[in-house]
Design a protein around this ligand. Structure first.
Ligand SMILES: Nc1nc2c(ncn2[C@@H]2O[C@H](COP(=O)(O)OP(=O)(O)OP(=O)(O)O)[C@@H](O)[C@H]2O)c(=O)[nH]1
Ligand SMILES: [Zn+2]
Ligand SMILES: [Zn+2]
Ligand SMILES: [Zn+2]
Ligand SMILES: [Zn+2]
Ligand SMILES: [Zn+2]
Length: 319
């Protein structure tokens, strides 16, 4: 659940491997292999939840992936439901999300827990990637700024030089993953359903399925959204923000968190500058206003302008 924007992931995200055709429904602490498209609905099962209680709140826990099955709140051990200790414990229980439920954590507290848990998983991804000397980049932008087009072009241009694989994030469809597959690159699609960003858990499962080789590059195309993807570390080496000239030059100051969290801004679709009202210098000034260290590269993913500079940056990240 994303408390920043109020989204909930009632059905869990779905991972699709374009090569094997395998599909998996991803719940918080377990994964369901999916067969045909309709079998994901209405499964019933019980499973243990593990959660940690920090100081003195009353039994709050979150479900990153929602459960659409009935629960009853029943603990198989006996303890008072206010925990004043700081240690972490695990117990199995099922519970009920009906009106009798008394979980009332503050929104802020719950958001901190979600982001805290995500950060732990992101560090785990980072360690896993470092161990294999894999460069992972998190591509973020508004919908349609050109993430997939840039990836297609980059794979075609650098495919002989670098081993590139892709994790695609979208709410629905495998359209982008199909486009990547057409380039010959290995790709998995993550569909977030109602969710509006990828999180570190989804990416760890994506990486497991993708199984990228040592010394390779993994491109993660996030869900098109300049808001909450800024908050969710995926374990990437850097975030690359893409803005296109059809979006208006004020994007960096309207969504400062994203541009502060990014290392590079790619200003895309510059081939369209003769046809749109867009002040490049002002856009770059706004971007530097929120992040003075931001590297800016103007490109056209379709025509090829500026791509040599993007490729040089990419090579330099590989250490
Ligand atoms: N003129 C022009 N069009 C571009 C350029 N890059 C991408 N486009 C077009 O912009 C549209 C969206 O591009 P995508 O690559 O699908 O954008 P995206 O960011 O992956 O979109 P989502 O995954 O939906 O968020 C497509 O019609 C592309 O052909 C460019 O440099 N110049
Ligand atoms: Zn489940
Ligand atoms: Zn408890
Ligand atoms: Zn609950
Ligand atoms: Zn895309
Ligand atoms: Zn979100």
């Amino acid at each position: 659940m994303c408390l920043t924007c109020g989204c909930s992931e009632e059905d869990g995200a779905v991972l699709t491997d374009l090569q094997t055709g395998e599909r998996f429904l991803m719940h918080d602490d377990h994964v369901h292999p999916l067969g045909a498209k309709s079998t994901e609905q209405g499964h019933t099962h019980s499973h243990g939840h593990s959660h940690s209680h920090d100081q003195g709140h009353s039994h709050s826990h979150e479900h990153a992936a929602g459960h659409d099955h009935p629960h009853t709140h029943e603990h198989d051990h006996d303890h008072p439901h206010t925990h004043d200790h700081g240690h972490e414990h695990t117990h199995s229980h099922s519970h009920d999300h009906g009106p009798a439920h008394s979980h009332a954590p503050s929104t802020l507290h719950l958001q901190e827990q979600i982001l805290g848990k995500n950060n732990v998983l992101a560090e785990r991804n980072r360690g896993w990637l470092d161990g294999r000397n894999i460069l992972a980049l998190n591509l973020v932008s508004s919908p349609g700024a050109g993430k997939t087009t840039l990836l297609e072009r980059t794979i075609r241009d650098l495919g002989g030089e670098l081993s590139l694989t892709v994790i695609e994030g979208d709410q629905e469809t495998a359209n982008d993953a199909e486009r990547i597959r057409a380039t010959g690159a290995r790709v998995v699609q993550i569909n977030t359903g109602t969710g509006c960003h990828l999180d570190a858990l989804m990416v760890s499962r994506g990486l497991k399925q993708l199984d990228p080789p040592a010394n390779s590059v993994v491109m993660i195309e996030n869900v098109g959204n300049l808001v909450c993807p800024a908050l969710f570390d995926l374990g990437e080496r850097a975030k690359v923000a893409i803005v296109s000239v059809t979006e208006g030059e004020d994007k960096p100051i309207k969504y400062p968190h994203m541009f502060r969290a990014s290392e590079v801004m790619l200003l895309n679709k510059i081939d369209l500058l003769p046809y749109v009202t867009f002040d490049v210098d002002r856009c770059i000034a706004y971007a530097r206003q929120v992040n003075p260290r931001l590297r800016v590269i103007s490109i056209s993913a379709t025509k090829g302008d500026g791509l040599a500079e993007w490729y040089a940056w990419l090579r330099a990240q590989r250490g």
